[in-house]
Design a protein around this ligand. Structure first.
Ligand code: PMP
Length: 971
C-alpha cells in the first residue's frame, strides 16, 4: 500500500550511528582509517572521511530502503559517469568486492556504502546566487535528465515522499502536523489549486528516471574567482526515481526560490537554460509551477514533521524557516500568471482553444465619436519638470482632454511615467492593465458579453462571463447584483472617470498596473478592451532596446563604449534620476556633467529663448559673451583677467597647453601619471591613465614627461605627508630638462586626483611643484574639468585645497550642465602670448546660447543652493561611506569630498590587492537595484561617485544601503 510506505518513510529518523561505529565499519570493510566529520542529512547518517590523500563519504541509511533501490543509484552513477559530462561520485567497493553492505548495527538493519568525495562546496549558504549559477543549475538538470532518459532499473519503481505523484496524498496526511489553523488552511488551499491545474496535464507528462534533488545542496562548485563559480559535480542520488520528467526541474526551481528574495521570476533563467538543452513539452511547462507549489508544501510539511520526530536535529530546524519562505514565494502569484510567464520565457504560447470572442459595444451611444487618446507614457509631452509626480496628474490630463472632445481615453499597455518610483530597488508597477476613460457627459453602459453582474469590495461593477470577466470602476449599476445579463443588455451608467479591465481568468482580480517584468504575463491574462470600446486604445509597442543597441553598434564607431552589456534605454531624466522607457527610475550617481540634475526647466527655457533670438559666433558683438566672461572672472582668484571659451574639457586643456607653449617658449610638459585630460592629440599625449588607454605608458611623445602619481593611498609613497617623496619625481624631470637645456613649458594636473577616485594630493605637493616649475619658467595648469565649480563641497576650485593659485584654470563639463561648454581662465600676459601664433577662434565657443546657458547654470547653483548641498549632503555621504569600512572587509578606503567621492575596494587591507572583479559585480548588481554606478582607477576597483549636485540625503541613504547589501553578498 503506497501511502502506508510513504507515511512510514516520511517519519523515519536518521539511523543512530556513532563516529566510533563508523570508524569500525571503515576499518573492517574498507581497510580505511581517517578523520571523520558528520555531514547533515535529513534521513541518512553521512560522514566525511579524510583518509589523508583521498576523501570519501560514508553513507549509512535505514534498512527500510531496499537494497535494489540503492543498487539502482549505483547503476545510475555508473551510467552518468560514462554517458554524461556531469561529474558524479564513484562508488568504492568494500574489501569483499561489494558496492553495498547490508548490516546489523546496534540492533538495526542498515545499508552502508562508501563514495568518492567531490571537492568543492555547496552554495546553499549564499543568500543571493549569481545569475550564472542559476543558469548553471538549469543546465545541469537538463543534462542529467537527458542522460537519465535512457536509464532504467528495477530499483527505481519505488515509493518516495519527494515523488510529486504522491504529493497530494502526503500533504493530506501530514497537514495535521501544522498546529496553526491559518497556516494549515493556506497549505491546503495552495495544494488544491495546484492539483486542479495539474490534473488535466498529467496524462501528457513524460516519465523517466530523475535525480529529483538537483538543488544547491547537492551541487558542488569551486570558486573560479571572487565572483564566479565552476561546477564540480552532482552528489546525493538518494531520491533517484522514475517519475514525471518535469519533476526534476520543479525540484530545482523550488529550491531556487529560497534565494529569490520574493521574486518568482528569479527562476526563469534556469527554466530557459533547461529548455535550451532538453526541450520541454507545453504540458510540462504548464505543470511546472503547480509542481513547485506542491513541492514547497511537501517541503514545509516534511520538515515540520521531521522536526517533531527529532526536535534536536538542528539541520531540520534550520530548514523550516527557509521552506516556509519557499512556500510563500510559490504562492505569492496566481498559477495562471506564472504559467504565462514560464511559457513566455521559452517563447511558447498556450494553444488557442477557441476563436477570439466577439463583443457587443460597451458604449454604443458613443460609437463613432472621437476619443482623445492621452499619452501618459515616459516620453509624453504633457510631462515636464517632474509634474508627473503630482498626485492625480493622469486623471487631470484625461479630464482636460475630455473637455475638448467630450471623451478621452488612456492607453492600454502603456508604461505610465506617473507610476515611477525613485530611490527604490523594486521595479515600479507602471504597465497599465486597464483603460481609463473620461466622459464629459453620462453614457449608458451595455454588457459586452453574457454573464452575471456583481459588485466587488472595491466598488467595481463586475461582469463575470464564461471565458472573460470585466471590471468597471466609476460606473453606476442599474441592475441588482447577481443578475444575469445577455450580451448587449444595459447594465449601468458611466460619467466622468470610468476605469475598465478585462480578465481571461474570470476568478482572478488582476492589479490595475503591473511591473515591467510581469507585464508580458499579465497581458496574456488581461486582453485589451479595444474590441468592446470600438477604437484602438492600445499604446504603441516600445522600441526594442536590444535592437536599438545593435543599430548603434552597427553605425556608431565602437571605440565609443556604452555602460553595461544590455543597458536600459534612457530617454528622460529628472533631477538626480534617469528614467527608462518602462518608467523605471535609476539613481544617477555618475553624471557629474548634469550638475543641476536632469531635465532642468531653466536650461530648456534658456536654450529655447536664446535659440529663438540668436545663436552665432564670438566674432559678433552681443552682450552675453561679455557678461559671462565677467562672471567667470569673478569666480577665479585675483589676478585672473582673461577668458577663452571653447566647447569641451579636451579643447580647454589643449588650448592651455598651447598657451603654456606660447608663453614659456618651451614645449616640454610635465603631467601626472594615471591621469586623463582629454582626447585631442595634445591632451591625449599628456594622459596616461591605463584604464582609458592601455598603451598609454609606452606611447608618450618626447615632449611629455610624466611624474609619479601622487596617490597617498596606494601609490609609491603613502600618507598625507608624502609630498616630499613625490616632489622628487618632479625634481628629477626638471633637472634632466635643465641638463639638456630644454625650456619647460608647464605642468598640468587635477588638483584633486580624479582617476584614483578623488584622493586629495599630499599636503604641500602643489605648492612645491608650482614653485619649482615656475622657477624654471614653466606655467602651472589646474585641470578643474571634473573637480571644480563647487563639486568638492568645501572648495569652489580644487586647487584651494592645496592652498595654491595656478596660472591657468581649465573648466568644462558641469559648467554647461551638459551643454558643450569649456573655458580657459588665465592672466592677460599668458593670453596675449598666443597672439604671436595668430588669432584664436572656436566657431561655437562662447556662442550666445552657450553663454546664456553658462550663466543660467551659475544662477541655478546659487538659487538652489547647490554648493551648500554639495557641502552638507556631501559630508553626510562621506560619513555614511566611511561607516562601511568598519562593516565590510572589502572596503579599503573612502576618498574625496562633497559630491566627488571614491569608494576603494581591496581584497586585503595590507597588500591593497585591488578587488576589481568584486567592483564589477557590485556595479552590475547596483544596476539591478536601480542605481547607475561605474568603476574607476587604473585597477577599476573604485566606485566613481559624482552625482548631480541636487542629490538628496534620501538618495544617499538608498545608495549606501544598497552598496552595503551587495557587499554582504560578496562576503
Ligand atoms: N579633464 C578631465 C579631468 C576629465 O575628466 C575630462 C573628461 N573626462 C577631460 C579633461 C576632457 O573633457 P571633455 O570630455 O569635455 O573633452
Amino acid at each position: 500500500m503506497p501511502l502506508a510506505t510513504l507515511i512510514r518513510r516520511s517519519s523515519l529518523p536518521c539511523p543512530e550511528v556513532s563516529a566510533e561505529q563508523a570508524e569500525q565499519l571503515l576499518a573492517q570493510h574498507y581497510q580505511l582509517s581517517g578523520a571523520l566529520k558528520e555531514l547533515g542529512s535529513q534521513q541518512d547518517r553521512n560522514f566525511l572521511v579524510d583518509a589523508g590523500t583521498q576523501r570519501y563519504v560514508l553513507k549509512i541509511c535505514h534498512g527500510d530502503y531496499s537494497a535494489v533501490e540503492l543498487e539502482a543509484q549505483h547503476a545510475a552513477l555508473g551510467h552518468l559517469a560514462s554517458h554524461c559530462a556531469v561529474n558524479v561520485p564513484g562508488v568504492v567497493r568494500a574489501i569483499n568486492g561489494e558496492q553495498l553492505l547490508s548490516l546489523e548495527l546496534g540492533g538495526n538493519r542498515v545499508h552502508v556504502r562508501l563514495l568518492e568525495f567531490i571537492d568543492g562546496q555547496a552554495l546553499s549558504h549564499l543568500r543571493h546566487l549569481p545569475m550564472d549559477v542559476v543558469v548553471g543549475l538549469g543546465e545541469l538538470c537538463a543534462q542529467v535528465d537527458r542522460s537519465l532518459a535512457a536509464f532504467e532499473h528495477p530499483g527505481l519503481e519505488r515509493i518516495l515522499q519527494w515523488d510529486p505523484r504522491h504529493a497530494q496524498a502526503l500533504i493530506k496526511h501530514l497537514l495535521p502536523i501544522i498546529s496553526n489553523e491559518d497556516e494549515r488552511a493556506c497549505i491546503a488551499e495552495a495544494a488544491e489549486q495546484a492539483q486542479r491545474r495539474l490534473m488535466p496535464l498529467i496524462a501528457a507528462l513524460p516519465l523517466q528516471t530523475v535525480h529529483l534533488d538537483i538543488t544547491e545542496y547537492n551541487v558542488v562548485w569551486s570558486r573560479e574567482s571572487a565572483t564566479q563559480w565552476r561546477l564540480q559535480g552532482l552528489i546525493d542520488f538518494g531520491d533517484l526515481v522514475t517519475t514525471w520528467r518535469i519533476a526534476d526541474l520543479s525540484g530545482t526551481c523550488a529550491a531556487l526560490l529560497h534565494h529569490a528574495e520574493g521574486d518568482p521570476l528569479y527562476i526563469l533563467p534556469a527554466i530557459r537554460a533547461y529548455h535550451a538543452i532538453n526541450p520541454l513539452q507545453l504540458e510540462e511547462l504548464q505543470a511546472l509551477w503547480p509542481l513547485i507549489i506542491a513541492r514547497s508544501a511537501v517541503l514545509v510539511l516534511s520538515s515540520e514533521q521531521q522536526a517533531a520526530v527529532e526536535p534536536d536535529n538542528t539541520y531540520i530546524q534550520a530548514n523550516i524557516a527557509s521552506e516556509w519562505g519557499i512556500f510563500d514565494v510559490a504562492t505569492s502569484v496566481p498559477i495562471a500568471l506564472m504559467e504565462a510567464a514560464i511559457l513566455a520565457c521559452v517563447g511558447m504560447e498556450p494553444m488557442a482553444t477557441e476563436a477570439a470572442p466577439v463583443y457587443q459595444p460597451l458604449l454604443p451611444s458613443l460609437a463613432g465619436r472621437e476619443f482623445r487618446q492621452v499619452d501618459l507614457g515616459v516620453l509624453s509631452e504633457h510631462f515636464v519638470a517632474g509634474n508627473w509626480q503630482h498626485s492625480g496628474i493622469d486623471e487631470q490630463l484625461l479630464k482636460q482632454a475630455s473637455r475638448e472632445t467630450g471623451q478621452a481615453s488612456s492607453r492600454f499597455g502603456e508604461y505610465r511615467l506617473s507610476r515611477t518610483l525613485i530611490d527604490s530597488a523594486k521595479e515600479p508597477e507602471t504597465f497599465a492593465l486597464h483603460v481609463e476613460l473620461h466622459l464629459a457627459t453620462q453614457a449608458p453602459l451595455h454588457a459586452p458579453f453574457a454573464g452575471t453582474l456583481r459588485l466587488t469590495a472595491d466598488a467595481a461593477l463586475l461582469l463575470v462571463g464564461e471565458q472573460m470577466s470585466l471590471r468597471l470602476w466609476g460606473a453606476t449599476l442599474e441592475l441588482t447584483p447577481g443578475a444575469s445579463v445577455a450580451a448587449g443588455d444595459m447594465i449601468g451608467q458611466g460619467s466622468g472617470s470610468l476605469v475598465l479591465q478585462l480578465c481571461a481568468v474570470p476568478e482572478l482580480s488582476p492589479p490595475l498596473f503591473a511591473t515591467p517584468a510581469w507585464a508580458g504575463a499579465w497581458r496574456q491574462l488581461c486582453p485589451s478592451p479595444a474590441a468592446l470600446l470600438g477604437f484602438d486604445c492600445d499604446a504603441p509597442a516600445l522600441p526594442d532596446a536590444a535592437q536599438l543597441l545593435a543599430r548603434r553598434d552597427a553605425s556608431f564607431a565602437r571605440s565609443q563604449k556604452h555602460y553595461y552589456q544590455a543597458p536600459p534605454q534612457i530617454e528622460r531624466g529628472w533631477r538626480n534620476h534617469l528614467i527608462d522607457m518602462q518608467g523605471r527610475s535609476y539613481l544617477d550617481m555618475l553624471n557629474n556633467v548634469a550638475v543641476l540634475g536632469h531635465g532642468h526647466p531653466r536650461m530648456a527655457a534658456e536654450a529655447a529663448r536664446q535659440w529663438s533670438l540668436l545663436n552665432t559666433n564670438s566674432r559678433f558683438h552681443y552682450a552675453a559673451i561679455a557678461e559671462f566672461s565677467e562672471r567667470l572672472l569673478k569666480l577665479a582668484p585675483e589676478g585672473f583677467d582673461r577668458v577663452f571659451m571653447v566647447n569641451s574639457g579636451s579643447e580647454a586643456n589643449d588650448l592651455a597647453i598651447r598657451l603654456a607653449w606660447a608663453y614659456s617658449g618651451g614645449r616640454d610638459m610635465l603631467s601626472v601619471l594615471e591621469a586623463y585630460h582629454g582626447w585631442s592629440v595634445a591632451t591625449d599625449a599628456i594622459s596616461t591613465s591605463i584604464a582609458d588607454n592601455p598603451q598609454a605608458l609606452s606611447t608618450r611623445p618626447e615632449w611629455v614627461h610624466p611624474v609619479t602619481a601622487p596617490n597617498t593611498y596606494r601609490g609609491e609613497f603613502r600618507g598625507v605627508d608624502s609630498a616630499p617623496q613625490y616632489v622628487r619625481s618632479v625634481d628629477q624631470v626638471l633637472e634632466q630638462l635643465a641638463l639638456q637645456q630644454r625650456q619647460v613649458a608647464g605642468f598640468i594636473c587635477e588638483p584633486v586626483y580624479g582617476n584614483a577616485g578623488g584622493i586629495s594630493l599630499p599636503a604641500g605637493y602643489l605648492q612645491q611643484v608650482y614653485q619649482k616649475v615656475r622657477a624654471q619658467g614653466g606655467v602651472c595648469i589646474a585641470d578643474e574639468v571634473q573637480v571644480g565649480y563647487g563639486r568638492l563641497g568645501h572648495y569652489f576650485w580644487g586647487f584651494e585645497e592645496q592652498g595654491v593659485v595656478p596660472d591657468i584654470i581649465t573648466m568644462a563639463k558641469g559648467m554647461g550642465n551638459g551643454h558643450p561648454l569649456g573655458v580657459v581662465i588665465t592672466r592677460r600676459e599668458i593670453a596675449e602670448a598666443l597672439e604671436a601664433e595668430g588669432y584664436f577662434f572656436s566657431s561655437a565657443g562662447g556662442s550666445p546660447v552657450s553663454c546664456r546657458i553658462g550663466m543660467a547654470v551659475l544662477d541655478v547653483m546659487e538659487e538652489e543652493k547647490l554648493w551648500e548641498n554639495a557641502a552638507v549632503v556631501g559630508d553626510y555621504f562621506k560619513a555614511r561611506l566611511q561607516d562601511l569600512v568598519d562593516v565590510h572587509p572589502l572596503v579599503g578606503a573612502v576618498h574625496g569630498s562633497g559630491f566627488y567621492l571614491g569608494l576603494e575596494l581591496v581584497r586585503n587591507r595590507q597588500t591593497l590587492e585591488p578587488a576589481t572583479e568584486e567592483t564589477t559585480y557590485l556595479c552590475d548588481r547596483l544596476r539591478e537595484l536601480s542605481i547607475f554606478m561605474q568603476p574607476t582607477g587604473d585597477y577599476l576597483n573604485i566606485l566613481k561617485i559624482k552625482p548631480p549636485m541636487c542629490t538628496t540625503r534620501q538618495s544617499v541613504d538608498f545608495f549606501v544601503d544598497s552598496v552595503s547589501k551587495v557587499l554582504a553578498e560578496l562576503e
